[in-house]
Design a protein around this ligand. Structure first.
Ligand code: GCU
Length: 623
């Protein structure tokens, strides 16, 4: 018996040993995962980031093309510990070859896509490394953020070799907390940006625009107090005249933290205490407020304060709502005389990012007679929204849920929701924005409808002061266009894209087309048009000529006037833009030529057809 018990104790001992080993291994795995997954980095969404004092990091950055991403991943596909983010310098006697040197690498301008900066990068899709040095003096009780206006499509950032953040999404701003990584004196920042298209990206593999990669919008350093105002929302109440309501959020706020909001020009000031959720609820009546509108784009300096933090924003106050099939701006029906715009830079082409780009594009829209623009198909740079606020243009801003995403993939939903959070969180106080668009031309499937309905209700939770829309595909039964996409139930305003005269039959078909709209809601025709090469002339039935494009517009405008609940339109598109889908040699040359203006600023005949209709208000129900 003894023996068996001895055997028992031996085998018991062995199994206890294995048990301990197993527990140890489990602990190790959990710990290492925790270490990897631990958010070594923190990033925040900042409302009005462009109103903060900032140290610009724009300019020449060293760049290294890295198609196999060997600077970040070992051939086992693990993240390297000695990646190029260390910015090491090859030196004599190295025990291991350092096979990169930012100091000797060619430069890329930031902001700016890489495709239009170097012929060898025109079609490049893959990882790119950026590096620049900067000197800095950290301040006591101050947090330092690396502000990234946009990086298309995935990006990773290190400061002095320490990972500070990682981001996915090519068109929204984010801010990485680099306080623990930045040092006094000399510093360096390394970024990796990968514009590889993937099926589970947002947008997905195929788009009808160029996949401009890189640090495509401005980069800067922003210093904030340890407790600061990260987001705020101030808007005019729809029900009580001259009542400004909303909230101001303070990060890491101590209980009892006070927030103050002041509009000096109106001699108006209010204060509130931050609640448990970090938000101070704001509502105060103001006298003599001049409402913002396209006719009177009145902006006020609004100062927000909390503790040692303060921010001065420029804000307009207006209301927008739907009543039946009307869109009401400041309580009055409005017709949106618009045009669609891609963020393609006039003249130089490439990703638009500057004040000059915004002034040129929106200046053309004003010249066209617009009171409204559809900024497609992704959130544009904040310079566009600032310009729209100042120039008096209403805006449709769009989340890049474009065509056939993986609507049944929860990870893809999370990406779309994250980008919507960043878009609304950053841009929410621009009076010009009246519509948040959830999507463009998505297939009518149950998974798609569920996906976007959920996004729409999330958008309403984030911002109850604006309208929710999307550009829907429209089916046809003979010469009847039928708007019955189930997604329409989730929208305040129905956007519809149609191409009668270009992708559908002939320009004259519009004369015999009628519409069946299964929703008693306002409708915006969010796209129509056709291609024309500027300077190519012929008969009005000769495709690709200016005359043909103008003919489409003339027949379209007659049809649009017969849509009873039409409340706006944004023909496709203001300016020709680059797209890999458009090779037709001698005509398109990798540009979508539906612009009313060429990428070199040449106005086509259709520009004047639409301009006449807008100036004489012969299209759209009179306001
Ligand atoms: C689609 C799509 C646009 C595209 C346009 C076109 O409607 O929404 O992104 O550029 O048609 O085919 O020109």
């Amino acid at each position: 018996m003894k023996q068996s018990s001895t055997r028992m104790s031996a085998s018991a001992a062995i199994s206890i040993c294995w048990g301990i080993k197993l527990v140890a291994i489990l602990v190790l795995i959990v710990a290492s995962h925790a270490a990897l997954a631990a958010p070594a980095e923190k990033q925040v969404v900042l409302t009005g980031a462009d109103r903060r004092a900032a140290t610009s990091l724009n300019g020449d950055w060293a760049s290294i093309v890295d198609p196999y991403f060997s600077g970040l991943y070992s051939f086992h596909h693990e993240e390297k510990t000695n990646g190029w983010f260390l910015n090491q310098k090859p030196k004599p006697g190295d025990s291991f070859p350092i096979e990169y040197d930012f100091a000797k690498a060619p430069k890329l301008k930031v902001p700016g896509d890489w495709n239009t900066q170097r012929d060898s990068l025109f079609y490049y899709e893959g990882p790119m490394w950026y590096e620049r040095d900067f000197t800095y003096q950290p301040k006591q009780h101050t947090r330092t953020f690396l502000h990234v206006g946009a990086a298309n499509y995935r990006s990773w950032f290190w400061v002095n070799g320490k990972k500070v953040c990682e981001h996915e999404g090519g068109y929204t701003a984010f801010n990485c907390d680099i306080t623990s990584a930045v040092q006094s004196g000399a510093n360096f920042v390394v970024a990796a940006v990968d514009n590889t298209r993937r099926e589970d990206n947002v947008p997905t593999l195929e788009t009808d625009w160029w996949n401009y990669g890189g640090l495509t919008r401005e980069i800067s350093l922003i210093e904030l107090p340890e407790q600061f105002i990260d987001q705020y929302d101030l808007h005019l109440s729809r029900t009580e005249d001259s009542l400004i309501e909303g909230w101001v959020h303070v990060t890491d706020a101590q209980p009892g933290t006070k927030v103050e909001v002041e509009i000096p020009e109106l001699a108006a000031k209010t204060s509130a205490i931050v609640a448990e959720n970090g938000r101070a609820a704001i509502h105060f009546s103001v006298k003599g407020l001049e409402r913002w509108s396209p006719e009177t784009p009145k902006l006020y300096q609004v100062t927000l304060r909390s503790g040692s933090d303060s921010i001065e924003d420029q804000m307009g106050f207006r209301t927008v709502e739907v009543r039946g099939t009307q869109i009401l701006l400041n309580g009055k029906p409005v017709f949106l005389r618009g045009i669609a715009i891609h963020a393609e830079a006039p003249y130089r082409t490439g990703r638009a990012y500057s004040d000059k780009d915004a002034e040129t594009l929106l200046g053309w829209a004003k010249e066209l007679g617009c009171n409204y623009v559809r900024l497609a198909h992704y959130p544009h740079d904040e310079t566009m929204l600032r310009a729209a606020d100042h120039m008096g243009l209403l805006v449709w801003s769009e989340n890049p849920v474009y065509w056939a995403l993986q609507f049944d993939n929860p990870k893809v939903f999370a990406k779309a929701e994250q980008q919507l959070d960043e878009e609304i969180g950053t841009l929410r106080n621009h009076a010009s924005i009246i519509l948040w668009s959830m999507a463009n031309e998505t297939p009518n499937t149950a998974a798609r409808t569920q996906f976007i309905e959920t996004l729409a209700s999330h958008a309403r939770e984030l911002d109850s002061s604006r309208l929710i829309t999307a550009a829907l595909l429209v089916r046809a039964d003979g010469h009847t266009k039928i708007v019955d996409d189930p997604l329409g139930k989730a929208l305040d305003v129905i956007g519809v894209n149609e191409y009668i005269g270009w992708y559908e039959q002939h320009p004259e078909t519009a004369d015999v087309t009628d519409w069946r709209i299964d929703y008693q809601k306002p409708v915006i025709v969010s796209e129509f048009g056709g291609d024309a090469k500027a300077g190519l002339h012929g008969g009005e039935n000769d495709r690709w000529t200016e005359e043909y494009q103008a003919n489409i517009y003339r027949h379209q405008l007659g049809m649009l006037n017969r849509i009873q609940q039409l409340r706006g339109m944004s023909p496709w598109i203001l300016m020709d833009f680059r797209s890999p889908n458009r090779p037709l040699q001698g005509i398109q040359d990798e540009f979508n030529r539906k612009g009313l203006i060429s990428d070199q600023g040449q106005k086509k005949q259709a520009f004047y057809v639409l301009q006449k209709a807008y100036k004489e208000k012969t299209v759209g129900k009179p306001e």
